[in-house]
Design a protein around this ligand. Structure first.
Ligand SMILES: [Zn+2]
Length: 162
């Protein structure tokens, strides 16, 4: 199965707009990771809310444990921004984003376990080659010592003939 984030509808996220000295800042409580993200909202009289935004999620650690793996982003659609007072069922949008995240986490876990299998397979092949090499080395050593014994015998035999 090939999965494309474009196949999924973007979840709609509520924006809190604040006017700075020069432009608007749109703060959103990320539906994917545990952080708040900020997006630019233009410098007009009113904030430019709406449209799709690329989530700014990064890996998130809590007490040195990774609690958010940003690799899920490759399986997630962008989110869509809307004013917090818009007539939207925010609760169901959150739940929808949650299901998208769960699917994305499953896909990351799946690709991790495929890689683990591939690594095990490579390890098996390398071990078999090492065993084979060991066998060859032993064979060569046997032959070499036999040759050395023969050489020693021949030279002592030659010496005895002089
Ligand atoms: Zn995020």
């Amino acid at each position: 199965m090939t999965y494309s984030p474009q196949d999924q509808r973007s979840p709609i996220i509520a924006v809190t707009a604040t006017k700075g000295r020069d432009c608007w800042t749109l703060a959103i409580d990320c539906p994917y990771c545990p952080k708040e993200h900020r997006h630019g909202g233009g410098s007009g009289e009113f904030p430019e809310i709406g449209g799709y935004r690329e989530p700014h999620c990064r890996d998130t650690y809590f007490r040195k444990h990774r609690i958010f793996d940003s690799r899920v982003l490759r399986y997630l659609p962008q989110y869509q921004l809307a004013p917090a007072d818009a007539d939207i069922d925010w609760k169901s949008e959150r739940a929808y984003a949650e299901t998208l995240l769960e699917e994305a986490e499953d896909l990351v876990a799946e690709s991790d376990s495929k890689q683990a299998v591939a690594r095990t397979e490579t390890g098996r092949i390398v071990n078999a080659q090492i065993r084979e090499l060991h066998g060859l080395t032993e064979e060569i050593e046997k032959t070499t010592s036999k040759t050395r014994r023969n050489d020693a015998y021949l030279s002592s035999w030659k010496a005895s003939r002089k």
